[in-house]
Design a protein around this ligand. Structure first.
Ligand SMILES: COc1ccc(C(=O)/C=C\Nc2cc(OC)c(C(=O)O)cc2Cl)cc1
Length: 293
């Protein structure tokens, strides 16, 4: 039940909602104080109406000849995200504490442990991470993604703004809003989801065939490591089609500054192989020269 207290703060059950600390296509994240345990949390606030509207649930479905499966309930996506979050338990994945979902209310609240340093870095930046920081954080990302793939989950939106930093300098992978669960050895994806600058070339081809989910996460990890060290993405364009063309055809180019050692440039090149079959796999990444230096 939400109400407003004397200072104008919104009270939600035992939580007092305070400043906004995060914002994205998903909604907003607010700092929340829990009076029961005298602890602060990160409260992600989603509007069910907005989710339903964005999903085009009420738009006239295209005149599909024949059956075609009915559009899924847009809230199913959020409930799938919550189910994944409840299932995962790893030091490099965010921890969902509880969900406040009042059927009478439009908002859905997801309470997470607060990772006090927030997003690991903002892209673009003039002050990228040092190689040492990038090395330490990237090793955490490898462990988190390895765990997710082992649990048959593809994250699909690995990028610096979805990597949170806790007090001990450890990375927590966040935002399972577009992630997929799969059965068998790998996810065979056909839809495009995630953030354009982090999408792999195989997901941008108009060919009908499917592509590997695991290789998609590896590509995004390569773009993320490039961002850590350079402060911007390897492929950028103001127009989406220009961006797609660069991702599909441009080689990875490293600027003069900052000077990077050959081993880290090599591992980025291995993660950004245009052909997913040539791309480095996670087991190979774990024994890579730079990763294990
Ligand atoms: C400067 O201090 C700060 C401390 C913490 C934050 C912060 O937490 C921001 C976003 N948080 C989250 C976002 C998520 O999705 C988009 C998910 C998820 O859905 O998995 C979970 C969390 Cl926690 C920001 C600034």
């Amino acid at each position: 039940v939400s109400r407003t207290d004397s200072q104008g703060y919104v009270q939600l059950n035992q939580y007092t909602l305070k400043d906004e600390i995060g914002k994205g296509s998903y909604g907003i994240v607010k700092l929340a104080y829990n009076e029961e345990d005298d602890t602060h949390y990160a409260m992600k606030i989603l509007s069910k109406k907005k989710l339903i509207k964005r999903s085009g649930f009420f738009k006239k479905p295209p005149a599909r000849e024949g059956k075609g499966k009915p559009p899924p309930n847009p809230l199913e996506k959020v409930y799938r995200e919550i189910a994944i979050l409840k299932k995962v338990d790893h030091p490099n994945i965010v921890r969902l504490v509880e969900v406040l979902d009042d059927p009478e209310e439009d908002n859905l609240y997801m309470v997470f442990t607060l990772y006090t340093k927030g997003e690991v870095m903002v892209v673009p930046t003039e002050n990228p991470l040092t190689e040492q920081e990038a090395w330490s954080y990237f090793r955490d990302v490898i462990l988190g993604i390895e765990y997710l793939h082992y649990q048959k989950i593809i994250h699909r939106d690995v990028k610096p703004s979805n990597l949170l930093l806790d007090n001990n300098g450890h990375i927590k992978i966040a935002d399972f809003g577009v992630s997929n669960e799969f059965t068998g050895g790998d996810a065979l994806l056909s839809s495009t989801a995630g953030t354009p600058a982090f999408m792999p070339p195989e997901s941008l081809k108009d060919s009908r065939d499917t592509y590997s989910g695991k290789a998609m996460d590896i590509w995004a990890m390569g773009v993320t490591l490039y961002c850590f060290l350079i402060g911007r993405c390897p492929f950028q364009d103001e127009y989406i089609l220009g961006l797609h063309k660069k991702i599909l055809t441009d080689p990875v180019v490293f600027p003069e500054k900052p000077v990077l050692n050959d081993d880290v440039k090599e591992v980025i090149i291995q993660m950004l192989k245009k052909d997913p079959h040539e791309r480095i796999t996670l087991p190979q990444l774990k024994v890579n020269k730079w990763v294990t230096r």
